[in-house]
Write a protein that binds this ligand. Structure first.
Ligand code: ADP
Ligand code: ASP
Ligand code: MG
Length: 403
């Protein structure tokens, strides 16, 4: 059972979450609970780091930001004890949850199960601090923002759990972010693949890595509300879904910035000269378009990076101006990437056309397009985020009937 930040935001909510845990224990289940920090706490801790040292040492970043989960894990264990249950809190290093050395976005490598299993036999509930582990050099690591989802799925896989329930502030996965589109509809069952695309294209209801892990280990994940007992959304294998939609959901990401290199030489090696140095600086490039060169000599190259990487990316491109040879370097961070996702796209034509037509009817200019087998993404001005999401949601027939 994983409880996110809003589900453990204060002592009353921790008591509410603990009551959900007690129900499962009373039903005869062995339970591992994993908790996030109280809502807002991780942001505050990240803020402290940034204010102290903008170019921080990632090992100390992890030491600081992992602390929020320590508090909620202890409080959850205390609350469960107060309800008459046997419960004990565990930090990542105490289990241990071993990760690699990549501070700030570490990957889990191994979880020891022996001690907690022994305590299951004694009827004890394990309360595990989410989002953290321990590196090969015995330093605390964190798993990237939203990482408690991944802790939950990894624990479920390691302990061969029957279920992994992700308790959050919405009662399931919706066709798009219900905070932006009031007509968004709850999805009862979604395939791993579609959930993976939704998450990686910005729907933060599950951390992308958690979906990947669940898919690889066959963990049955349910996203549900900690405030409302109704069933949530099951994330399952594609073949378990009887009625497949062409488009299942729409995601957006504001964490994008666009860079254009104006009039680069149209010759072999130019893409390598641009993207090599960016990759050497660990800057991830997402969408890429190269325009046709009018004169066969020069062309424009446009691509996107995350907003937080924009400054560094521009610096790298300035430094390498000599080798790349462009006339001008433009950037824009007032953009949003909107993606429509659905496995039905594999077998249906016209899905992209509906997106382009809908955006054009609203007068929204498409700046960059990219596609994969089950996804179409467009980059548009951030000012049109809500308008685009609502219009597309209607165009693909996703609107809830009663909203
Ligand atoms: P937690 O703190 O429990 O981990 P998050 O804030 O990380 O919760 O994730 C839940 C939020 O994800 C919701 O409040 C909602 O605004 C947002 N969200 C974005 N896209 C979707 C979607 N397709 N379905 C449900 N929630 C979504
Ligand atoms: N507390 C961490 C965060 O805010 C991890 C999580 O909530 O999943 O990113
Ligand atoms: Mg989250």
């Amino acid at each position: 059972m994983k409880f996110g930040g809003t589900s453990v935001a204060d002592l009353d909510r921790i008591a509410n979450a603990a009551a959900r845990v007690k129900e499962e224990v009373d039903a005869g289940n062995d339970v591992i609970v994993t908790v996030s920090a109280m809502a807002g706490v991780t942001n505050q801790l990240v803020g402290y780091v940034d204010q102290t040292s903008p170019l921080y040492d990632a090992r100390e970043y992890d030491a600081i930001v992992a602390s929020g989960e320590q508090v909620t894990a202890g409080l959850m264990a205390l609350r469960l004890q107060a309800m008459g249950l046997s419960a004990r809190s565990w930090l990542g290093w105490q289990i241990p949850i071993r990760t690699n050395e990549i501070h700030g976005k570490a990957r889990m490598e191994e979880i020891q199960t022996a001690e907690i299993e022994k305590r299951f036999a004694e009827g004890q509930v394990a309360v595990v601090a989410g989002f953290q582990g321990i590196s090969p050099s015995n330093r605390i690591t964190t798993l990237g923002r939203g990482g408690t989802d991944t802790t939950a799925v990894a624990l479920a896989a390691a302990f061969k759990a029957d279920r992994c329930d992700i308790y959050t502030d919405v009662d399931g996965v919706y066709t798009t972010d219900p905070r932006i589109v009031s007509k968004a509809r709850k999805i009862d069952m979604i395939s791993f693949e579609e959930m993976l695309e939704l998450a990686s294209q910005g729907a933060k209801v599950l951390q992308t890595r958690s979906v990947e892990l669940a898919m690889n280990h066959g963990v049955r994940v349910q996203v549900r509300s900690s405030f409302d007992p109704s069933p949530g959304t099951m994330v399952v294998d594609e073949d378990e879904i009887v009625e497949q939609q062409v488009v299942s959901g729409i995601a957006y990401s504001r964490d994008e910035a666009k860079i254009t290199l104006v009039r680069v030489k149209d010759q072999p090696g130019i893409a390598a000269a641009i993207f090599g140095p960016l990759s050497d600086s660990a800057i991830n490039v997402d969408m890429i378009v190269q325009s046709v060169s009018a004169d066969g000599q020069r062309t424009d190259m446009t691509f996107t990076v995350t907003k937080s990487d924009l400054g560094r990316a521009l610096e790298v491109l300035e430094t390498n101006r000599g080798e790349i040879g462009y006339e001008d370097l433009l950037s824009d961070d007032n953009v949003v990437k909107v993606s429509v996702i659905g496995v039905g796209m594999r077998s249906h034509a016209g899905v992209a056309q509906t997106m382009f037509r809908t955006l054009s009817e609203k007068g929204i200019n498409i700046q960059v397009i990219s596609t994969s087998e089950i996804k179409i993404s467009t980059l548009i001005s951030e000012d049109y985020t809500e308008l685009a999401l609502r219009a597309l949601h209607t165009a693909y027939g996703l609107d809830a009937e009663d909203a």
